[in-house]
Design a protein around this ligand. Structure first.
Ligand SMILES: O=C(O)c1cc(=O)[nH]c(=O)n1[C@@H]1O[C@H](COP(=O)(O)O)[C@@H](O)[C@H]1O
Length: 245
């Protein structure tokens, strides 16, 4: 269970350590959490993550989307847990055994390092993909069906929730119940462009559809005034039980 001031995670996608640290320090009081992903981690590594985490009290989503054989993913999850993230993720397409290994490794590493176990989420179908993109990979059913199947497999594997687009949130909520976490990128305020995202909704629509957490990157980080952009997004959301003001 993670306590957030609001459901918005700001995706800080950059190679620039100073930029990431400065933004994290300033925006941590506005958004619910901060997300660091492949671009930042590949350029700045563990020390970069530690520096950004030190700059902000906000919970960290370490988005490294592991997708490998079970033993390798378990080792990577172990290493990730030592950075004390609130959330980590794997690709559901890695399958049942891989997801089970990820959850087991997260629990064992958390106990060993004396830290809280992060939520382990599984990415279903990337929010940048539509039915045409998916069919090119050999999966010919609609995205929504594939997301439902992968989410059901993730839950059976002991995963805490999934990364999906807001388009699938209401169906997954009905399928998988209130406790299964739904984290949605592909979130765009009406005043922002879609960029490379294809399955998008506004923040308010995504929460109404059942998203627990929202990931918003470029509409905040690419704005002339990132803090003001984040405040605008957050101020439009309905307040939920347990969220701080
Ligand atoms: O796992 C993720 O966070 C993720 C999954 C997904 O399906 N789509 C997706 O956009 N993301 C991440 O969410 C962020 C979205 O950023 P923006 O498109 O700039 O808002 C990026 O950091 C992506 O890596």
């Amino acid at each position: 269970m993670i306590q957030l001031r609001n459901p918005v995670f700001c995706a800080i996608d950059t190679t620039d350590l100073n930029k990431a640290t400065r933004l994290a320090a300033r925006i941590g009081d506005t958004v619910g959490g901060i997300k660091l992903g492949l671009e930042f981690f590949t350029s700045q590594g563990r020390r970069g993550v530690e520096q950004v985490a030190k700059a902000s009290e906000a919970p960290l989503f370490l988005d490294l989307k592991f997708h490998d054989i079970p033993n390798t993913v378990a080792g990577a999850i172990r290493a990730a847990v030592s950075l004390k993230p609130a959330i980590v993720n794997v690709h559901a397409g890695g399958g049942r055994t891989m997801m089970q290994a990820a959850v087991k490794a997260a629990s064992e590493a958390a106990a060993e390092f004396g830290v809280a176990r992060p939520l382990v989420l599984a990415v279903t179908v990337l929010t940048s993909m539509d039915d045409g993109d998916l069919s090119e990979t050999g999966v010919v059913r609609p995205v929504s069906d594939q997301v439902r199947a992968l989410a059901a497999l993730a839950r059976e594997s002991g995963i805490d929730g999934v990364v999906c687009s807001p388009h699938e949130a209401s169906v997954l909520r009905a399928d998988l119940g209130a406790d299964f976490k739904l984290l949605c990128p592909g979130v765009r305020p009406h005043w922002a462009g879609a960029d490379d995202q294809k399955r998008i909704m506004t923040p308010t629509e995504a929460v109404a559809a059942g998203a627990d957490y929202l990931v918003v990157g470029r509409p905040i980080t690419g704005a002339a005034e990132p803090i003001a952009a984040a405040e605008k997004i957050v101020s439009e959301l309905p307040r939920r039980n347990g969220e701080a003001s």
